[in-house]
Design a protein around this ligand. Structure first.
Ligand code: HAM
Length: 449
């Protein structure tokens, strides 16, 4: 199933089974029509890899609510940002509170830490669903998933470099070879006002060449003009002043130290002086992971430093740096650069010959589960409506992508054995009934997926 069809909610089969526009399902690999794209097992394994890596860098997991008070985001993302003005799912609950489905994770993590009175610095990571009411298209959903890290209370440029490296390590572990990292610095409270004046002066002269949105941005939020996707606006910006060329000495030193540390560890990045981010809270370092496999929505993930946000949300004046990676875009890029095989699962189907063996089959399945082996019995085949019961059970086992079938028949029971069939290779063997659990466990451990 193509990403466009997923994003638009198309591709539905049964009437009444349509997903809300801009949402997606993650089905088990054995059921997914296009393995590797929206595959629940791949999603879990990508999340597992992210968790392991984040922990290796000293981050601990935080889980925050899916909805928050609207004010948390209007105070953080920036009142003129697209996220706040156009994309928030807001609603009034029965108690008259204005709430929103979280469009991003950073403010919620800060709120949680401040609420618990946790002493900084802390390093936290998260995974979960986020919501933005935007036009669904390739790689853009209304409900999507992010994997994020936030290093709260860390001012050092070495923290910026470490966070950037963590994201790169994640993408290279996934085999996403065409991921590049763009880095920029957008300055601080000291250097940004004079840069802003220069940029506004330049943009006023270029008004005629800019789109309506960018014309409005000149007074409201001029830096955002750099974010415009229109080529005409980008051409008009060719000679515009760039934030990284107008940094104060402290920001300059910070940026140089980030770049030097990335170079020290041979972390491949490119400096992109046009890179600004869609959220207003950033200061100094900004970065994005970009993949050619994604088309217009080419940002796999992004982040940066946000040294004022904690204070703006009512906390102490503490610096911070972090990122969020888009899970759907990551899965898409991973499946574009790597062949994902739709292998069978370490699942055993205990197949009975007639209902006389059903009790033995159930007992064996229970023993297997106790021994940590996934096992199933097909009860539906017992229905009088099913003629060829063995055939029916084999079909169910195949549809469930089981790896092994254990056949429990009267002839086997009388000889004290069970037959094992490997559904990948078709090989069949017999094992003594008394040793079957141990032998099945051993076999599953040695089989190639
Ligand atoms: P963001 O750039 O808005 O940053 O989102 C990060 C990533 O989430 C994007 O690069 C993209 O992969 C994914 N994403 C965003 N919107 C969508 C969408 N509609 N559909 C699919 N994927 C999407 C943040 O959210 C910041 N909180 C990142 C951060 C953390 N900065 C500091 N700490």
């Amino acid at each position: 199933m193509s990403l466009e069809r997923e994003a638009s909610g198309a591709g539905r089969r049964a009437a009444g089974a349509a997903r809300p526009k801009g949402t997606t399902d993650f089905l088990p690999r054995s059921m997914a029509p296009d393995p590797g794209l929206f595959d629940s097992e791949q999603k879990s394994s990508v999340e597992r890899l992210f968790r392991e890596l984040a922990r290796r860098y000293g981050f601990q997991e935080v889980i925050t609510p899916t909805f928050e008070h609207a004010e948390l985001f209007t105070r953080s993302a920036g009142a003129s940002s697209d996220i706040v003005t156009k994309e928030m799912y807001s609603f009034t609950d029965r108690g008259g509170r204005t709430l929103v489905l979280r469009p991003e994770g950073t403010p919620g993590v800060i709120r949680a830490v401040l609420g618990a009175g946790v002493r900084l610095p802390v390093r936290l990571f998260y995974t979960g669903s986020f919501f933005r009411y935007s036009r669904p298209q390739k790689g853009r959903f209304r409900e999507f998933h992010q994997l994020g890290v936030e290093a709260l209370g860390e001012a050092s440029p070495l923290a910026d470099a470490e966070v950037i490296r963590l994201g790169q390590e994640f993408y290279s572990a996934l085999g996403i070879s065409d991921c590049t990292t763009a880095v920029n610095s957008i300055g601080c409270r000291i250097c940004r006002p004079s840069f802003r004046d220069k940029l506004v002066g330049f943009l006023r002269q270029k008004q005629e060449e800019l789109c309506d949105d960018c014309r409005r941005r000149i007074e409201l939020n001029p830096l955002r003009v750099y974010d415009c996707k229109l080529e005409t606006c980008q051409t008009a910006l060719d000679k515009a002043p760039r934030p990284a060329d107008h940094l104060c000495p402290e920001c300059n030193a910070h940026f140089a130290a980030v770049l030097a540390d990335l170079q020290r560890t041979s972390t491949a990045i490119t400096v992109n002086k046009r890179l600004v981010r869609g959220l207003d809270y950033y200061s100094r370092t900004t970065f994005e992971y970009i993949s050619g496999a994604l088309g217009a929505q080419d940002s796999l993930g992004g982040g940066g430093r946000y040294d004022y946000l904690i204070e703006e949300l009512g906390g102490p004046s503490e610096p911070a740096v972090g990122f969020a990676l888009g899970l759907e875009r990551t899965l898409y890029a991973a499946s574009a650069t790597r062949q994902v095989s739709a292998g069978r699962l370490p699942l055993v189907f205990v197949v009975w010959f007639s209902e006389d063996e059903l009790t033995v089959a159930r007992k064996l399945a229970e023993q297997l589960r106790q021994a940590q082996v996934a096992a199933r019995v097909d009860y539906e085949a017992a229905s009088p409506a099913v003629g060829n019961k063995m055939k029916q059970q084999m079909k169910t086992a195949d549809a469930a992508a089981a790896r092994l079938v254990v056949i429990v028949g009267p002839e086997e029971i009388s000889r004290g054995v069970y037959s094992l069939k490997d559904l990948t290779t078709g090989e069949q063997t017999e094992v003594p009934a008394g040793e079957s659990v141990v032998r099945i466990k051993q076999l599953l451990g040695t089989l190639q997926p």
